[in-house]
Design a binder for this molecule. Structure first.
Ligand code: ZN
Length: 523
């Protein structure tokens, strides 16, 4: 076969693999939305069978032979197929480094650890989980040896979620934001806590749902290529660029949780709906990394959904959506309420100012466990000390401490940093957006989200995996990963909100002046 025929052959084989992956995703989606309770066991088997089939297709001798045949030809490949071959080879090489018996042992240990974690979390008894964590840490060390790494062994795991990023860079940047955010949170804690008595009402499920659906449609989510449903934990899943689905949950005692999760998942979904159609059924129609994926969700949720111009636009419709419940509430009241800062124990409930601190301490702890400096048996003590250091609050029990996240039970070491990286990338991109889109906030204030979406489509979405995240950030902003844009973003937003330092208090500004202070200051 000549080169062109082999590329065509590769596309055909990748198409089959992607079809199986999409089917697995579909089964997961159904499991978390509509599947009847007794179908669980059968569903587990279906997913396991298809996952094994996918692995078999990807590592078949035909595929191996085909991929190997490209190695000496990379230079000769035409520009439109080189990224496809490179990305496929990259995945193939990472997969191939792990021996099959190791993969099996890891999968079995993860499954045991997950069951133990559920029990340990329920009873808040760390000792139930500890032996499993010890086993998983050992397996992660072995994994880094198989994968190989430069510098610190943690790099091998980080690479699996954030291609091209290094532990050293993450560590340097986290030190800067850790320091700045701790100071900001301390300053906020010294101000008078505002009261939000108007939030304590019952907010009808249907009204919340309708409002969220309108916002989702307004920001550009394409309902012809997706849908929103309810699930216990909100998520986004993709069966191809033409079928990207989101879920949310609605609590009648919480006015904002459904809306914010809709905006968050909507941001993830806009990214996936923006992949090139030509890349469909290949590995190019995937996110460049978890961090860049998270930058998209957090930008729509926090930088847009928690901004004053957004609420100036939606206030009237918001009041109409909850008749008689919001008549005395104005845009500034909403703006203040959705930007409440509170030191708390649980990461997933944390606000923008404290969130990264939760991530930094997990990054530090898993790095120490992997290097052997921290023994899993000493984890609770080390955890509690770090919460005290970064947030200044005591941890009452391990369920609210080191047992709160599922990640370590599924051996996802190297995953946590991507949440904070998402915030940092979002701020870097957003700084550029404010520079490049004229009258940005007047667009948002009038409910026109198109300029923002087009910018993101052009600079981030359409690339899929053609570029790595460091390349996307460099091309879009002109610099590598940096901490200062996020620190500026937080200070410019929260100092006026809480009347701290030289930034004038938001209460003394008219809404449109407030917009100017809280955003353009970051340029
Ligand atoms: Zn997310």
């Amino acid at each position: 076969m000549n080169l062109e025929e082999r590329v065509l052959q590769l596309r055909t084989r990748l198409g089959e693999i992607c079809d199986v992956s999409a089917t697995v995703s579909m089964l997961h989606w159904d499991q978390q939305t509509y599947m009847p309770p007794k179908a669980g066991e059968g569903r587990g088997k279906q997913i396991a069978t298809l996952s094994a089939l996918r692995h078999r297709l990807f590592t078949s001798s035909e595929m191996t032979h085909l991929l190997e045949s490209f190695r000496d030809d990379l230079e000769n490949l035409p520009d439109d197929s080189r990224p496809l071959v490179e990305v496929t080879l990259y995945d193939f090489d990472r997969d191939a480094k792990l021996p099959e018996d190791f993969v099996q042992e890891l999968a079995q240990s993860e499954s045991n650890a997950f069951e133990a974690w559920v029990q340990a979390h329920e009873r808040s008894e760390y000792s139930i989980f500890q032996p499993h964590l010890e086993k998983l840490v050992d397996l992660q060390k072995r994994k880094t040896d198989y994968l190989g790494f430069e510098g610190e062994s943690y790099n091998a795991l980080l690479e699996g979620y954030e291609r091209g990023m290094t532990t050293e860079r993450v560590s340097a940047v986290f030190q800067e934001i850790g320091h700045a955010q701790s100071e900001l949170v301390q300053a906020i804690s010294e101000t008078e806590p505002p009261s939000y008595h108007w939030l304590a009402q019952v907010w009808k499920q249907q009204n919340q749902w309708d409002f969220g659906m309108k916002v989702l449609s307004d920001i550009g989510y394409n309902f012809s290529s997706g849908r929103q449903d309810l699930s216990a934990h909100p998520f986004t899943t993709t069966f191809g660029p033409q079928d990207v689905r989101v879920t949310t949950r609605v609590h009648e005692d919480d006015l904002f949780s459904a809306l914010m999760s809709t905006l968050h998942e909507g941001g993830h979904a806009l990214y996936e709906q923006g992949f090139e159609e030509a890349d469909e059924r290949t590995f190019l129609a995937e996110a460049a990394s978890l961090g860049i994926h998270e930058s998209q969700s957090r930008m729509w949720e926090n930088m847009i959904g928690r901004s004053l111009p957004f609420w100036e636009h939606y206030l009237l419709y918001f009041r109409q959506s909850f008749p008689g419940q919001l008549d005395s509430v104005d845009a500034i009241d909403v703006y203040k309420a959705i930007n409440r800062v509170e030191r708390s124990l649980i990461r997933v409930e944390a606000d923008e100012c404290t969130y990264n601190l939760h991530v930094i301490l997990r990054f530090e702890l898993e790095r120490e466990m992997l290097s052997g400096n921290l023994k899993p048996r000493d984890l609770p003590e080390a955890w509690n000390a770090k919460i005290e250091k970064y947030l200044g609050i005591p941890v009452p029990d391990d369920a609210n401490g080191c047992l709160q996240d599922v990640h370590w039970s599924s051996a996802s070491f190297g995953y946590f940093p991507t949440y904070a990286l998402g915030n940092l990338y979002a701020a870097q991109l957003f700084e550029k957006i404010l520079e490049e889109i004229p009258d940005f906030w007047s667009h948002i204030e009038s409910g026109d989200f198109k300029p923002l979406l087009s910018w993101l489509r052009d600079r981030v979405h359409r690339h899929g995996r053609r570029l790595t995240t460091p390349e996307i950030i460099q091309q879009a902003t002109g610099s590598e990963l940096e901490s200062q844009p996020y620190i500026n973003y937080l200070k410019n937003k929260y100092e006026p909100l809480y009347g701290i330092s030289e930034n004038p208090s938001i209460a003394t500004l008219s809404p449109s002046e407030g917009v100017g202070i809280s955003t353009r200051g970051s340029n």
